[in-house]
Design a protein around this ligand. Structure first.
Ligand SMILES: NC(=O)c1ccc[n+]([C@@H]2O[C@H](COP(=O)([O-])OP(=O)(O)OC[C@H]3O[C@@H](n4cnc5c(N)ncnc54)[C@H](OP(=O)(O)O)[C@@H]3O)[C@@H](O)[C@H]2O)c1
Length: 272
């Protein structure tokens, strides 16, 4: 599975990355609480995961990520965020992240569009100095997609990060078409609906029609559902359990679902 995970390009072809990444919201701290944070990161890399998303909003996650990666830092694309209403604190968050990640953050995102007009020029200047690779913006709420679309249309972003799963499909209306038109990289948050969608999974008989697509678990079906839209580049499934990484990464290989299988997954999600 390591060799066969598909790679897609972010930032108009500048960064090529395997399609299953790793989210760290609450889960990296949970792994640390059970002494498994380094194992989680080592296993992620061994499994072929090459993009890890974090944020100052996620408690100690940024530091745990930096410490846990250690000498493996250059093997992964770090997708970090600026999350503060203050321009000064934004600069401090960038400086801290640059320090943690060996002099450079590969993708720096404006978390939930907070104070984006203050942070964006600062990030553009940092990119000119080589401290930041790509620049992105995130939002978790469909209510903010109008604002996100306006920012996307300025041409100043390389990537966006938005929720997309069978019960959160608002991005289909305007955000994914615009991202595709502009050539923006798209990172998916909440592929498993923060875990809610995997609480009562369909049984083996219901999953059987998806076996030809390499699917053996409901978590994989959900991850593959999002990645089967070619306008999407990376799915950020989060877990605290090293043992789940291979399962999740296996959903990042072709064959991809067609319209029929995507509709089938939607029906299963609605039933469970
Ligand atoms: N505004 C923003 O910028 C924003 C907002 C939300 C999320 N994000 C990013 O997107 C990432 C992903 O979103 P998310 O963490 O909210 O939710 P998610 O990835 O949809 O779901 C994570 C949950 O699913 C469980 N899980 C993972 N793999 C599983 C599997 N194979 N089978 C069963 N359960 C599984 C995890 O529990 P276990 O740990 O027990 O496996 C965890 O509780 C975040 O970590 C964060 O990096 C960004």
């Amino acid at each position: 599975m390591m060799a066969s995970m598909e790679k897609r390009s972010l930032g108009r072809g500048r960064v090529s990355v395997p399609v299953v990444g790793l989210g760290t919201w609450q889960r990296l701290e949970a792994a640390a609480a059970s002494g498994q944070d380094r194992e989680l990161l080592d296993t992620a890399i061994a499994t072929g995961i090459r993009l890890i998303d974090t944020s100052p909003m996620y408690g100690d996650a940024e530091r745990l990520l930096a410490d846990g990666l250690g000498a493996n830092r250059d093997q992964v694309v770090i997708a970090d965020k600026i999350w503060t209403p203050s321009a000064e604190r934004g600069e401090a968050q960038l400086a801290r992240a640059v320090d943690w990640y060996g002099g450079r953050v590969d993708l720096m995102q404006i978390h939930n569009l907070v104070a984006w007009s203050a942070h964006l020029p600062m990030l553009e200047a940092a990119r000119d100095r080589g401290l930041v690779g790509l620049i992105g913006a995130t939002h978790y709420s469909a209510a903010a997609f109008g604002d996100l679309a306006e920012l996307m249309a300025t041409g100043r972003l390389d990537t966006i990060q938005v929720p997309y799963n069978p019960v959160e499909r608002e991005v289909e209306r305007a955000i994914l078409p615009l991202a595709s038109e502009l050539g923006l990289g798209v990172l998916l948050m909440r592929p498993l609906g923060e875990g809610q969608l995997v609480r009562r999974p369909p049984g083996p008989a219901e999953l059987a029609p998806l076996h030809p697509f390499g699917i053996t678990t409901w978590g994989q079906a959900l991850i593959k559902w999002g990645l089967s839209d070619p306008r999407v580049h990376v799915s950020l499934a989060a877990t605290a359990h090293p043992g789940r990484l291979a399962e999740n990464a296996a959903a990042g290989s072709p064959p991809w679902f067609g319209p029929e299988e995507r509709a089938y997954v939607l029906r299963l999600a609605a039933m469970h």
